[in-house]
Write a protein that binds this ligand. Structure first.
Ligand code: CMP
Length: 131
């Protein structure tokens, strides 16, 4: 997902370019805006965390891009490409180092396992088409 801060700042194209240059194939891509309730469902695993309310507000504050990406070792390689959750800890050359503003407005989200990639892909897309 490209998060509201990055979309609002006009960084979507640059982020998608970094993703493609890193060898990912964009299988599906959609611009949409989450309601606070939908954002809450997406991040349900964090619902006991102190930042959950702010996260839901932030994630519904503007449009996002949802994408399904394909690559060998995609989950681990994507997490390497995006960098640490907190941009202060993100390595040079990562998407978050370049574009994230804070631990909350951190430009992108990536699934943390193949299983969650399936769940999160299905959250945004009714079926996975290959073009
Ligand atoms: P993401 O990888 O999308 O997963 C959960 C999100 O919660 C995270 O990125 C951040 O945008 C947000 N978040 C806000 N505060 C924190 C925090 N203290 N620790 C982890 N994630 C946080």
């Amino acid at each position: 997902m490209i998060k509201p801060d990055a979309v609002q700042d006009g960084n979507s194209g640059a982020i998608l370019k970094m993703i493609e240059e890193a060898g990912f194939r964009i299988v599906a891509l959609k611009k949409t805006q989450l309601s606070s309730e939908r954002a809450g469902q997406f991040y349900e695993v964090h619902k006991e965390r102190p930042f959950y309310g702010d996260l839901c507000r932030y994630m519904s504050s503007g449009p996002i891009f949802a994408a399904i990406l394909e690559k060998d070792n995609a989950v681990a390689d994507f997490r390497k490409l995006i960098g640490a959750t907190n941009p202060t800890n993100a390595e040079e050359g990562t998407i978050r180092k370049k574009f994230a503003k804070s631990i909350e407005a951190n430009a992108v989200h990536g699934s943390d396992s193949d299983e969650n990639a399936e769940i999160e892909g299905s959250f945004f897309f009714s079926r996975f088409e290959r073009f």
